[in-house]
Design a protein around this ligand. Structure first.
Ligand code: BV8
Ligand code: ZN
Length: 255
C-alpha cells in the first residue's frame, strides 16, 4: 500500500502515538468482530442485547456459553501483523494502546496495553458479590454451533461467575478510562484501527484528541462515523496497512 509522504513524515516526527483499537485489529487473527460474533445458537440475537447484565440474569448459560465460545477463539488465535506492527512502533516513539477489545493479542504481540476500556475475557468475577475468579487451564470445549454452558459458582458466595467484560449500561473501569484521558492529553498522533466507532463513550477518544490538535489517522476497510473528523482514512485491512505505515515511517530496518 502506498503511504502518502506527508503521512510518513508526520509519523516519523510523532512524539506520542495513541493507538485506539477495536475488533477489526483482531479480525485477521480469525477472531470474529463484535458484530460478527453472533453465529449458530446466538445468531438470533444482537450482540448489544446479549452483552448486558439483564441478558445474563435472564439466561446465564446462554451468555456464559457465548463468552466461552469467544474465549476459545481467542485462546486458539495468534497476534497478526497489525498487532506486531503496533508493537514495532514502540521502538520509535512513546506509544499508548487504548483498546476496546477484550482479547489479549496486543499483549501477546509485545504491546503493553494502557487501557482495556471494555474489560477482558480473561478475568471472570462473581456476578453476585464481585469476588475475582479464574478459569481452569486449557481451552474450553464449546460446540462450534454454540451451546449453553452453566457458569461455574463463586467460591465465596456460590453466585454465578460472569465474564470480566464491561457490558452495555455498565460504567467503564475508572483506571482504564483515566489512562485513556491521560493519553489524549499527551498524544500528537492517533491511529484509530478497526473500530466501527459506534460505542460510547469510547468512540469519543479520537474526537477529543483531534480537538486537542492531534493528527487522527483511521484504518478500516469500511467508512465509519470517524471519517468526518479523521485527518486521513486509509481504506483497507489493518494487517496490511499498519506494517506499511511502520515501514514507510522508519524504513525496512526500522520495521
Ligand atoms: C456506559 C465488551 C454509562 C462486551 C463492549 C452516549 C454516552 C454514553 C453511553 C452511551 C451513549 N449512547 C449510548 C450509550 C450506551 C452504550 C452504547 O454506546 N451503546 C451503543 C450500542 C449505542 N454504552 C455503554 O453502555 C457503555 N457504558 O456508557 O455507561 C454509565 C455511566 C454511569 C453509570 C452507569 C453507566 C459501555 C459500552 C461497553 C460495551 N461493551 N464490549 C463484549 O465484548 O461482549 S462494546 C463492543 O462493541 C466491543 O467490545 C467493542 O468495543 C465495541 C465496538 O465494536 P468494535 O470494536 O468497533 O467492533 P465492531 O464489530 O463494531 O466493528 C469492527 C470494525 O472493524 C468495523 O468497522 C469493520 O469495518 C472493521 N474491520 C473488519 N476487519 C478489519 C477491520 N478493520 C481493520 N482491519 C480489518 N481486517
Ligand atoms: Zn460471589
Amino acid at each position: 500500500m502506498d503511504i502518502p509522504d506527508a503521512l510518513s513524515q508526520r509519523l516519523r516526527e510523532a512524539q506520542h502515538i495513541l493507538f485506539f483499537t477495536g475488533a477489526g485489529v483482531s479480525a485477521e487473527s480469525g477472531i470474529p468482530t463484535f458484530r460478527d460474533a453472533m453465529s449458530g445458537l446466538w445468531s438470533r440475537f444482537e450482540a448489544t442485547d446479549l452483552a448486558t447484565p439483564e441478558a445474563f440474569a435472564r439466561d446465564p448459560a446462554l451468555v456464559w456459553g457465548w463468552y466461552e465460545w469467544r474465549r476459545r477463539k481467542v485462546l486458539q488465535a495468534a497476534p497478526n501483523p497489525a498487532h506486531r506492527a503496533i508493537a514495532g512502533f514502540l521502538r520509535h516513539a512513546e506509544v499508548s494502546v487504548i483498546t476496546q477489545n477484550v482479547d489479549d493479542l496486543h499483549e501477546r504481540a509485545g504491546s503493553p496495553v494502557s487501557a482495556h476500556l471494555h474489560g477482558s475475557l480473561h478475568a471472570p468475577r462473581c456476578f453476585a458479590c464481585g469476588h475475582p475468579a479464574s478459569y481452569p487451564p486449557g481451552v474450553p470445549e464449546v460446540a462450534e454451533g454454540g451451546e449453553r454452558i452453566e457458569p461455574p459458582c463463586c467460591h465465596r458466595c456460590g453466585g454465578p461467575l460472569r465474564p470480566g467484560v464491561v457490558w452495555f449500561g455498565e460504567s467503564l473501569p475508572e483506571a482504564d478510562w483515566g489512562a485513556a484521558m491521560a493519553a489524549i492529553e499527551d498524544a500528537d498522533m492517533v491511529l484509530s484501527v478497526g473500530t466501527s466507532s459506534l460505542v460510547w463513550p469510547a468512540a469519543e477518544i479520537p474526537v477529543w484528541a483531534s480537538r486537542r490538535g492531534a493528527c487522527v489517522v483511521q484504518v478500516n476497510p469500511q467508512p465509519t462515523a470517524l471519517d468526518e473528523i479523521a485527518t486521513v482514512s486509509l481504506r483497507g485491512p489493518a494487517g496490511a496497512i499498519l506494517p506499511a505505515l511502520l515501514e514507510s515511517a522508519y524504513g525496512r530496518s526500522g520495521a
